[in-house]
Design a protein around this ligand. Structure first.
Ligand code: DX5
Ligand code: ZN
Length: 221
């Protein structure tokens, strides 16, 4: 499976975003990761609906929208989803997760089931026909700059095995949280194929986006 990078835009230089977007296009970035938080499902706030609409107009790079909000089903219409976009919803965020995943597919985007470090992988089993990917949180969601929860690497191995064994080798594993160059290499070997790049890799200060990206690609290949 092709390895793809999804820069976490909550870590971007907002005052220089236009130039950063041009750089992502030039460097062949596969996705743009947008963290949407409601201060309820997770304590923090991050990016929102108007930002997403503006990004859709500014770039053809598919968006990777990570909804850390309660009852995402009621909010899907806010995002003007495009074919090729990924939309992640957390297993715990709605009592009717299958319906929400189906609504994402109906809207033309790729449904992704997000699981927290404490969410067991067996919850994925009955949703296999409804998803294009699983987002494995490798930190608890809500903040950039946190430290990896080590057991999540082995969790990726178990999940990859379960997906392949169940006859779904095409379902991708995305990982999010403390994806340093070192952790990225381990996650890639474990079976992940989409990597959310934040303060631990792409946005390390002192080196350019291009240099950091090159290092990250080398780590996951
Ligand atoms: C939350 C975010 C963060 C973060 C990733 O869902 O996506 O995990 O920005 O970058 P790090 O953990 O490297 O700061
Ligand atoms: Zn995220």
């Amino acid at each position: 499976m092709k390895k793809k990078i999804s820069p976490s835009l909550m870590c971007a230089d907002f005052l220089n975003l236009g130039a950063e977007l041009e750089e992502y296009e030039r460097l062949g970035i596969e996705y743009l990761h947008i963290d949407v938080m409601d201060g309820v499902f997770v304590p923090n706030f991050a990016l929102g609906t108007d930002f997403i609409k503006k990004l859709h107009r500014a770039t053809d790079i598919p968006l990777d929208i990570h909804l850390m909000i309660d009852r995402p089903d009621a909010k899907l219409g806010y995002f003007e989803l495009r074919e090729g976009d990924l939309v992640s919803v957390h297993y715990e965020s709605t009592p009717h997760i299958q319906r929400t995943l189906a609504a994402i597919r109906q809207a033309g985007a790729k449904p992704v089931l997000a699981i927290n470090p404490g969410t067991p992988i067996y919850v994925v089993e009955d949703l296999l026909p409804d998803i294009g990917a699983v987002l494995v949180m490798t930190v608890n969601p809500g903040y950039a700059g946190q430290k990896l929860i080590p057991r999540t690497i082995e969790k990726i191995v178990r999940l990859r095995k379960m997906l392949d064994g169940a006859g779904y080798p095409e379902i991708e594993i995305e990982c999010d949280g403390n994806i340093s160059f070192e952790n990225a290499a381990k996650m890639s070997r474990a079976g992940a194929s989409i990597f959310v790049a934040g303060t631990s890799s792409l946005y390390i200060s002192g080196t350019s986006l291009e240099e950091n990206l090159k290092k990250l690609r080398a780590a996951i290949e």
